[in-house]
Design a protein around this ligand. Sequence first.
Ligand SMILES: Nc1ncnc2c1ncn2[C@@H]1O[C@H](COP(=O)(O)OP(=O)(O)OP(=O)(O)O)[C@@H](O)[C@H]1O
Length: 246
Amino acid sequence: MRLALERIGHAFLGRAVFENLTLNLDRGEVLALVGPSGCGKTTALQIAAGLVDPLRGRVRRDYRRHAVVFQEPRLLPWQRTVDNIAYGLAARGVGREERHVIAAARAAEVGLHPRDLDKYPAELSGGMRQRAAVARALAVDPEVVFFDEPFTAVDVGLRRVLQDLVITASAREKFSALFVTHDLSEAARLGHRIIVMSGRDGSILVDRTIAGTPGARDDRAIFEMVQGWMHEPAFAELFDPDRDRA
Ligand SMILES: Nc1ncnc2c1ncn2[C@@H]1O[C@H](COP(=O)(O)OP(=O)(O)OP(=O)(O)O)[C@@H](O)[C@H]1O
């Protein structure tokens, strides 16, 4: 077990997001977290990543290094791509030359061209910026990666490429990942397990292993899996979050 949220309760301005959230992330596992907008997925991720302190409950972490990939790339505009990718390494005291070697290797893994390394974020396309954000996360050799809807803003074709990057990298590097997404097909492509959060009280409606292995599921299998999920009441809230709301 890499990470455990134990009986977490959280509220903003006195309004509860969830009262009693418990979830585990296993070693090497990509856990897809889905739920209707506003149910608390990002809050759960931020608590798991230590970016927000929960009001109640406990977070147990059994790892040394993690990284976060946000929906927007959050690159430093005044730094070249190579230095953005190496950002976490600089914070860890890795020397400049070694940082650049590692950053160049990570950039190549996410499909950035060597000439992109000297560019500033404003000179990159949106997709290239998000590739750089993934490279920056992987550069620190994280044992856990938190993805908060990282590919929502990129176009469909590139989204698949970036999903494949995550699948390949997680299989190669054996990191665990908590992957928040709105997209059931994305969850079905890259997850080992899926959790569905309720829009009513943030409780967990579904927690199940996804059949097959990420990267080995073909499009038809993914399509059929998602079709099957969509017929389950627990998933229906994703499409009609006000259904049972008082
Ligand atoms: N900083 C904040 N201050 C006040 N309320 C907040 C804050 N952050 C989140 N909330 C509220 O907490 C609830 C959960 O938000 P959260 O962003 O975790 O949901 P989500 O499931 O990730 O939503 P989405 O899928 O739309 O990104 C929402 O009602 C939101 O308005």
